[in-house]
Design a protein around this ligand. Structure first.
Ligand code: PLP
Length: 419
């Protein structure tokens, strides 16, 4: 459920007509609904209420906007961060350091040091080498770093290959059959407090079965580690639940997910941790765009919009689908291809799609663009960096400025020997 609805024939974000925002901020622009964000945060949190001891660390990479993080911090969310930059954002949003989990396969020594200084709650280690390095850094600072070991359960998540992370051939975590030995070695290393295991098998998962298989497997590993005399108090089950991008698609509901987790982990006796991203933010945003022109084609007409793959990369990266609807639909449809202005054939949002009839100057939106949208934006083709707006009832504000090509040009230097 979201708060982007037609009122008197005009698409609104909550109580704000999208043409008002487009007129004042320009297009393309991401628009987030605070009510939708809060609702998703609460539905997920409340569903996990059936578990005895659950903590949620929002996957910041899905939407790192400071105002988004502030809303989630107010809902009691911690953060799952994958870089020093994301960690600084989570701290700037007021998230408690103890509620921050630091993930990622390539944490640098500087990032680890800064994380220890800031007092972040848990490092999710992706290798033995990383664990030994973290231990050395913590010990040199006279500190102990809490950590979990990321295990690669070798389970097929059944999602797009580029967002699958839990097969043996993926770069993430340590191999399942070596995990117990690595855990034992790290648990005996000064500077480290090994407290659990973690896994994350992929994103945009449409079924619970791969998650259940992975959790069951890692639960067995937990028993093996305990039988070896080591302590496990925290189990971090990652994120990955998908969201419908096409009207009518059905995805696992948070209550079904929580019931499955309760069934699998009932007797684990640990604090459970979760790292949802897309399921919290996906539906909370749309990308508003304007039709530059409609161009005749050999087949379908080409709807050329002012948003492009640099603003919303998912279709070009993952063949992803985003519903495209007119802001003021006229009640007619036509079959068209939707493309951006960038000089790449991959700058294509849809081919042979039946969409609301649009003409030059019309506004439209790509739906379900709140996750992995603005955060992946770049300035390819010397385009501006896309701005972000948040709506709250009848209030709205720009929460990230458009960054003009001139500002980016001003950051470039021509050496004297070229001048
Ligand atoms: C990306 C990521 C997540 C969030 O994934 P979603 O599919 O957005 O829920 C969680 N944990 C880790 C380690 C990740 O890399």
């Amino acid at each position: 459920m979201d708060h982007f609805e037609l009122k008197n024939g005009v698409l609104h974000a909550e109580d704000v007509p999208l043409p008002v925002i487009a007129a004042q901020v320009g297009t393309p622009v991401y628009v987030y609904s605070r009510a939708t964000l809060t609702r998703h945060a609460r539905v997920f949190r409340d569903a996990l209420g059936v578990l005895r001891n659950a903590r949620i660390a929002f996957a910041v990479k899905s939407n790192p906007n400071l105002s988004v993080l502030k809303v989630l911090a107010a809902e009691g969310y911690g953060a799952d961060v994958v870089s020093g930059g994301e960690m600084e954002r989570a701290l700037a949003a007021g998230m408690a350091p103890d509620g921050i989990v630091f993930s990622g396969v390539g944490k640098t020594a500087a990032e680890m040091r800064r994380g220890i200084e800031a007092g972040i709650g848990q490092f999710n280690l992706e290798s033995e080498e990383e664990g030994l390095e973290l231990a050395e850094i913590a010990a040199s600072m006279g500190r102990v770093a809490s950590a979990a070991l990321r295990v690669n359960p070798d389970v097929d998540a059944g999602t797009h290959g580029k967002i699958s992370t839990g097969k043996a051939e993926n770069k993430f975590g340590v191999p399942f059959d070596r995990a117990a030995a690595i855990y034992a070695r790290l648990a005996g290393t000064p500077g480290l407090n090994m407290r659990g295991l973690t896994l994350h098998i992929g994103s945009q998962l449409s079924k619970l079965e791969p998650l259940e298989a992975a959790f069951t497997k890692v639960g067995g590993l937990m028993e093996e580690i305990r039988a070896g005399g080591h302590t496990v108090t925290h189990m971090d089950l990652g994120g990955g639940i998908g969201v419908p991008y096409k009207a009518g698609e059905v995805f696992p509901q948070p209550e079904e997910y929580a019931a499955m987790v309760a069934r699998v982990t009932g007797n684990w006796g640990v604090t459970l941790m979760f790292e949802p991203g897309r399921v919290i933010t996906g539906n909370t945003g749309v990308l508003v765009t304007q039709v530059i022109r409609v161009k005749e084609g050999a087949g379908n007409p080409w709807v050329v919009v002012d948003a492009a793959m640099n603003d919303l990369a998912r279709p070009a990266l993952y063949d992803a689908w985003h519903d495209f609807v007119a802001v003021e639909p006229k009640g007619e449809t036509f079959e068209a291809n939707i493309v951006g202005p960038i000089c790449e054939s991959s700058d294509t949002f849809a081919m042979a799609r039946t969409i609301d009839t649009v003409v030059r100057g019309d506004l439209a939106v790509f739906r379900t663009a709140g996750a992995y949208g603005a955060t992946m934006a770049n300035t390819y083709n010397s385009r501006p960096l896309v701005p972000e707006v948040m709506v709250d009832g009848d209030k709205w504000a720009v929460v990230a400025d458009r960054i003009d090509p001139a500002t980016i040009l001003a950051a470039e230097r021509v050496p004297e020997w070229l001048a």
